[in-house]
Design a protein around this ligand. Structure first.
Ligand SMILES: C[S@@+](CC[C@H](N)C(=O)[O-])C[C@H]1O[C@@H](n2cnc3c(N)ncnc32)[C@H](O)[C@@H]1O
Length: 291
């Protein structure tokens, strides 16, 4: 699909709550600087789904992604966050290193690699290949422009859970004081702080099922995935961008959390599906008059 010309859109209000059909590298060039609060996206994985939406050869992945990342860096606000859902594929019986190379290249580009969340696909069925088992997790890499970024930790608290019943039942002397890490990391913990609390902070492993009901895109992530990051890294009215929108999941999640959204999808077929999915949640979108 040929990208449409969006160069006449100058005002941020004209970008908000719309999705665009085109190559994100071209469309993003029209966005104002520092205009987006959070980017949550899942780009095409290297080569793996060539039959459905094209693929980038693993050897060329970093070279392909870097110019896009540069634009994302430009449009992201200084206190914003970029979440990149990605997974390396196996090539010739071993894991290709393109994700690791991409992390290093993004760091060179000026991004801070702040955290790595693991999405554990908890409803994965078993599988077996000659030298490995079923992939049941994917990376959600967190990049930032600066060390201080917006983070609403309380928004993703979880019930304290069963561990507390046993672990907090018998506290050692060290549990009752702030016990500093023995490896000199500078971190410490006071286990006794959690006694009597019903909610605790989650870990960086997200146990979320894949959504088998969304048949409109072969690589859609579950709405719970962008929802979690949107709650954590943005406030209401903030602007959430997904430059590889697919079936529109991130925009739907953003809308439902009272955030503004912007989505970009290169394939007309998926763009139309995303429009329909947004329509289904009664988003008052104005269909792009250029399309
Ligand atoms: C992994 S899928 C995203 C799926 C999405 N998270 C969802 O839940 O439906 C990646 C999408 O990026 C689109 N894409 C690939 N290259 C693109 C580009 N240069 N600009 C915009 N979209 C692109 C593909 O067509 C595909 O729909």
């Amino acid at each position: 699909m040929q990208s449409l010309d969006y160069s006449h859109i100058k005002n941020l209000d004209d970008w908000k709550n719309k999705i665009f059909c085109g190559d994100c590298l071209e469309v993003l060039q029209n966005f104002p600087d520092a205009s987006v609060n959070l980017i949550v996206t899942s780009p095409p994985y290297a080569d793996s789904r060539r039959s459905t939406y094209g693929g980038i050869h693993p050897d060329n992945y970093v070279e392909w992604f870097l110019p896009i990342a540069k634009e994302l860096q430009r449009v992201l606000r200084d206190d914003g966050t970029f979440i990149l859902n990605i997974k390396e594929k196996a090539v010739n019986c071993e894991r290709h290193t393109y994700v690791i190379e991409l992390i290093l290249a993004l760091k060179k580009q000026g991004w801070l690699w702040t955290e790595e969340y693991i999405w554990h696909k908890k409803n994965c069925t078993p599988g077996k290949w000659s030298n490995r088992f079923r992939d049941a997790w994917e990376r959600c890499l967190q990049f930032n422009k600066q060390k201080k970024f917006k983070m609403n930790q309380d928004a993703v608290m979880v019930p304290t859970g069963d561990w507390a019943k046993t672990r907090l039942n018998k506290l050692s002397d060290n549990d009752k004081i702030r016990f500093n890490s023995q490896v000199g990391s500078g971190f410490g913990k006071n286990i006794a702080n959690w006694v009597g609390r019903e909610m605790a902070y989650p870990t960086n492993v997200l146990h979320l099922p894949t959504e088998c009901s969304n048949k409109s895109h072969s690589a859609a992530f579950p709405k719970s995935l962008p929802t979690w990051f949107i709650k954590l890294f943005s406030d209401e009215e903030d602007i959430i961008l997904d430059p590889f929108l697919g079936s529109g999941t991130t925009c739907v999640a953003a809308y439902e959390l009272n955030r503004n959204y912007i989505g970009i999808e290169i394939k007309e077929e998926y763009y139309k599906i995303a429009l329909a999915n947004l329509d289904a949640v009664k988003v008052p979108f104005v269909q792009n008059s250029l399309f």
